[in-house]
Design a protein around this ligand. Structure first.
Ligand SMILES: [Fe+2]
Length: 369
């Protein structure tokens, strides 16, 4: 956990200035006109640093903000923590929050943040133009910034990729005792199942999840990396993971190979649900962003959001975490590109949050721990 910004003098300075200005504003603007408050603040705080709360780790955002500052002259301060902690903090800070922006991962988490009332509409033509509609909020409170696929990973020693076809198929008898899954407590799997409900309906989704559970080789793993390690250890043959975890393991393995400590990584990714005739595809999710309702610097915050979806930022933002740019006009990190291309599931990611409560109950009924 990093609280660099909160304990630093610049942050306290930002907080103090913001509180003073907010005090002044509340004296001269009716509380029912939040927009005019924001405009007034923009005029007075034009050159103040932006404050970002991020559940995305420091090493993934620091180089991105450095480039933004280099290109625009606008400083960015940030605090990182778990998404739930940051959302609670924003709620507790209310109008006095020093933060302008929340960056977090998973459409379900972004939807939860929006539902808590902490965001204001993005209202950005650039976002609409740059970000495909299914990868941003249909109420305009958040947008995706980078794309990750939650796809099938398999042992190249024990699985012929021709045996693989779809998420549903992992419940088939040929995978009896050969499947690994990460815990159902992880939001990534809750979003995956939510989207399965959106696509297949609840009854069919439940029978799919039950069939996965029946095929489990070992109890669900605590994370995606442990899942891949279980395949490498021969405990199971197939599983479902986020692509960037595969990228990290691949990179680690390559380094060890160079030192002649390891053999080739005997894992590969498979893109399920690719048939032309079905309105389906690989389950994707996003890292995303929203501008806080109580941002004192909303115009600059919007500038950062729009910059983040621009070409110059996208390759870096997505590339540092081995993710895909949100817009396919941007070049993909070469390692990520080497995994091949795939058809995304076109369902709107806003559905992930809406259907998550049903997904959690469904996984419980299916015995998915
Ligand atoms: Fe992750």
């Amino acid at each position: 956990m990093i609280t660099r910004m909160l304990n630093s003098k610049p942050a306290l300075a930002t907080l103090a200035v913001s509180s003073i200005i907010l005090g002044l504003l509340s004296a001269c603007s009716p509380p029912s006109e939040p927009t005019s408050q924001i405009e007034s603040v923009e005029n007075t705080e034009q050159n103040d640093a932006l404050v970002v709360y991020s559940s995305r780790n420091e090493h993934l955002i620091r180089p991105v903000f450095a480039l933004f500052t280099e290109e625009t002259g606008i400083e960015v301060e940030y605090a990182t923590d778990k998404a739930g902690v940051l959302i609670e903090r924003i709620k507790a800070e209310g109008k006095n929050t020093p933060a302008d922006i929340l960056i977090t991962v998973d459409a379900g988490t972004l939807g939860y943040a929006a539902q808590q009332g902490i965001f204001q509409p993005l209202n950005s033509a650039a976002v609409v133009e740059r970000v495909p509609a299914h990868l941003r909020d249909d109420s305009d409170y958040w947008t995706g910034l980078s794309l990750r696929a939650r796809t099938i990973v398999y042992s190249t020693e024990r699985v012929n990729p021709e045996q693989l076809s779809s998420y549903q198929d992992l419940g088939g008898s040929q995978w009896q005792g050969r499947v690994c899954l990460r815990t159902s407590k992880k939001v990534y799997n809750q979003s995956l199942v939510a989207m399965l409900i959106a696509e297949q309906g609840e009854v069919k989704a439940e029978s799919i999840v039950s069939s996965w559970v029946a095929n489990l080789a070992i109890p669900p793993t605590s994370n995606d990396t442990k899942l891949m390690e279980a395949i490498l250890a021969g405990q199971c043959d197939v599983g479902i993971i986020n692509t960037y975890y595969f990228g990290r393991l691949q990179e680690k393995q390559e380094k060890q190979e160079k030192q002649e400590k390891q053999e080739n990584l005997s894992l590969a990714l498979f893109w399920p649900n690719q048939a032309d005739n079905e309105n389906s595809g690989v389950h994707v999710n996003v890292a995303g962003v929203g501008i806080l309702k109580h941002s004192k610097n909303a115009a600059q915050a919007k500038r950062l959001v729009e910059w983040l979806v621009s070409d110059s930022a996208q390759a870096l933002f997505a590339g540092v975490n081995k993710e895909y740019p949100i817009n396919d006009s941007v070049e993909i990190n070469p390692q990520v590109a080497s995994w091949g291309s795939f058809k995304q599931n076109p369902l709107p990611l806003s559905q992930a949050y809406v259907l998550q409560p049903a997904a959690v109950k469904l996984m419980d009924r299916a015995g998915y721990k």
